[in-house]
Structures are given as structure tokens and as C-alpha cells.
Ligand binder design. Structure first.
Ligand code: AMP
Ligand code: TRP
Length: 331
């Protein structure tokens, strides 16, 4: 049986991925590489839609790739590459821009949200064409599935529409991919505001657990996580959102059921429980942070790994681009 092809991407907009990214998406990327032909892309061109210092973008792109390898993306199994190393992404994006309606692109909720937040003055054209570049990222590799979070469903729908339209007008070039909405292993909330999703856009990082945090910082964040009323360790999202979030985190990383963790901590206080959750998290994240630092300390080797990925990606992408160019009449 031939393997299915999957493709996904992540933006290098921060130094460190957080626990929500890890449990919500990246751990599943690692699992998917076993039975599928996987392409994973650090989308540095998309990150340009947010104004970033060039040195920082450079560093974050390498850090993102290093973290992906550290969590288990194996560059020998998966094709791991950086978007800007494959020029076909921009080349195909232009073609797609010319067959996408202005209204259609205007309806993308992510664009509406981001442009409303930033205001017209701070909204760049790249933010508007962002989903069309994403369609090119995807369709160049003819994937069967695109594993993404729920927030990306609309972009994958647009990608399918563009592919269908192109095929209908110019002959079949593109495979129509399906979104594979990743079920988070757990919805992870902010430790300071356990009714809100853990996110890098939080006003303070005190409730956000980052993969690259030091063990001391992680411990401190758990120790000072908000406490609910009462003193029982019990899962109750309404009455005990803080403790419930900690139980979810423990369970997702230790593999133990919520119930068995509750019994383990019957009669114990919040303090003991918080330290225990921190311990489980540190045991999981510390090796990842260490491996990331190792990879970052030999940048030449890391860049070499990404060059190999780019070569493989370029081979597939340039074939598809050639077919698309030829279908639309470019000589
Ligand atoms: P973002 O960097 O926020 O775009 O997140 C990348 C992916 O990580 C998303 O598509 C989600 O699948 C996942 N994710 C982000 N935050 C969380 C969270 N708090 N809980 C679970 N999954 C999350
Ligand atoms: N827009 C995606 C996000 O914010 C990132 C992304 C860019 C992507 N290109 C992609 C995801 C291609 C999947 C496939 O999460």
C-alpha cells in the first residue's frame, strides 16, 4: 500500500513553541510521520506579515526547525524544510492570486480579525494574500491530508476551491487535499487565566509554559498558577478551572487517567499537586529543550539538514510548478 502524503506548516513567530502547540499539534506531526510521507515546513515567508527584526526572524526560523527535530520530527523520515528555500511557493502563489476573487479573499476570518486588530494603516497586503500563499504551500506537494488546528479549516477550504477551479479551467494538475483537523490531545489553558486558551498573545507569559523555559521557570509558573476555591484535587471545569487544567496537562503528558491522578492526590493539598504537575512537565520538556540547544550550538549541521530537506522539497515542488505553468500557457 502506498503511503498517504501529509503536509503542514508552522510560523516561526516566537522563540519557543508552547505547551498548547506541543500537545495541540506538534506531537501529532511526530506520530503522522510513521505511516505517511510527511512534509513539514517552517513558513518564514508567512512570518514576514508580522514586522520582525531580521536577526530575530533568522534566529526563530532556526529555533523552530531545531525544536521540531527535538520533539521527534526525524529529517530522515520526514521532509523538513524552510519555505523560502523553495522558490516555487511564491511562483505558484502569483498564479493563484490571479484566479482568486478579491471578495473571496476578503471573507477569510483570520484576515478580518488581524486587519481589524491592526487597523488599515498597519495591515499589509501580505496579510491579505497570506491564505493564497498557504494554498501554494499545500498544493505544490499534492498531499492527501493537511493536518491543522480548527482555526485553519477555512484556509484549507480556500485551498480546495482554488485547486478545483484551476483543474476545471486548465486541466487536472492538482490533487484536492483534505483538511485533517487535529484533535488536540488536550485543550491547554493559561495557568493564570484557566478559562482562556494558552496562547502567545496573552498579556503576560506567567501562565504560558514554553518548551524552552528552564526547569526553574517552569516550576515557578506552576507554583504560582491560579488556585480555585476549596482544596480537593478534582476535575470540575466550571467550579475548578485551574485544577482541571493542571489535571489535563498531567494526564496528557503522563498518560495516566484523570481519575487515577485524582486518587493519587486524594487528601493532598494544591501545593503538592502543583509541584507534581511541574515535575511531569519538566521531565517531558527538559530533554526537548536540551536537544534544541545542542542543535542550535552546531548551526552548520542544522543548516545542512535543512538544505537536504529543501532539495527534496524543491524536486517535488518544481515538477508541480512546471505542470501548472504549462497548463496556463506560459512557455
Ligand atoms: P498557533 O501558533 O496559535 O497558530 O498554534 C499552532 C497550533 O497549535 C494550532 O493550530 C493548534 O492546533 C495548536 N494550539 C495552539 N494553542 C493551543 C492550546 N492552548 N491548546 C491546544 N492546542 C493549541
Ligand atoms: N497558516 C498556518 C497557521 O497559522 C501556517 C501555515 C502556512 C500552514 N502554510 C501552511 C499550515 C500550509 C498548513 C499547511 O497555523
Amino acid at each position: 500500500m502506498s503511503k498517504k502524503r501529509v503536509l503542514s506548516g508552522i510560523q516561526p513567530t516566537h522563540d519557543s513553541f508552547h505547551l498548547g502547540n506541543y500537545l495541540g499539534a506538534l506531537k501529532q506531526w511526530v506520530e503522522l510521520q510513521t505511516d505517511n510521507d510527511a512534509y513539514y515546513c517552517v513558513v518564514d515567508l508567512h512570518a514576514l506579515t508580522v514586522e520582525t527584526d531580521p536577526k530575530l526572524l533568522h534566529q526563530r526560523t532556526l529555533l523552530s526547525a531545531a525544536q521540531l527535530i527535538a520533539i521527534g520530527i526525524d529529517p530522515n523520515k520526514s521532509t523538513l524544510f524552510v519555505q523560502s528555500h523553495v522558490p516555487a511557493h511564491n511562483q505558484l502563489a502569483w498564479v493563484f492570486e490571479c484566479i482568486t476573487g478579491f471578495g473571496e479573499a476578503s471573507r477569510m476570518t483570520q484576515f478580518k480579525d488581524k486587519s481589524q486588530k491592526g487597523g488599515a494603516e498597519r495591515t499589509n497586503v501580505g496579510l491579505f494574500t497570506y491564505p493564497i500563499l498557504q494554498a501554494a504551500d499545500i498544493l505544490l506537494y499534492q498531499p492527501d491530508f493537511v493536518p491543522v488546528g480548527e482555526d485553519q479549516r477555512q484556509h484549507v477550504e480556500l485551498t480546495r476551491d482554488i485547486a478545483e477551479r484551476f483543474n476545471k479551467r486548465f486541466g487536472k494538475v492538482f490533487n484536492i487535499p483534505q483538511a485533517q483537523i487535529i484533535k488536540s490531545l488536550a485543550k491547554i489553558n493559561d495557568l493564570q487565566d484557566p478559562t482562556a486558551k494558552m496562547s502567545k498573545s496573552a498579556s503576560s507569559m506567567a501562565g504560558v509554559i514554553e518548551i524552552l523555559d528552564t526547569p526553574e521557570a517552569t516550576l515557578k509558573k506552576f507554583k504560582s498558577s491560579v488556585t480555585d476555591d476549596g482544596k480537593e484535587i478534582k476535575f470540575d471545569e466550571k467550579l475548578k478551572p485551574g485544577i482541571s487544567n493542571l489535571l489535563t496537562i498531567h494526564s496528557a503528558l503522563s498518560g495516566k487517567s484523570i481519575q487515577s491522578i485524582e486518587s493519587e492526590f486524594a487528601g493532598k493539598g494544591y501545593g503538592d499537586f502543583k509541584s507534581a504537575v511541574a515535575e511531569v512537565v519538566i521531565a517531558n520538556l527538559e530533554p526537548i529543550a536540551k536537544r534544541t540547544q545542542e542543535l542550535m550550538s552546531d548551526r552548520a549541521e542544522l543548516v545542512k539538514i535543512l538544505e537536504v530537506g529543501a532539495q527534496r522539497a524543491n524536486q517535488v515542488a518544481s515538477e508541480t510548478l512546471k505542470s501548472a505553468y504549462s497548463a496556463i500557457g506560459l512557455i
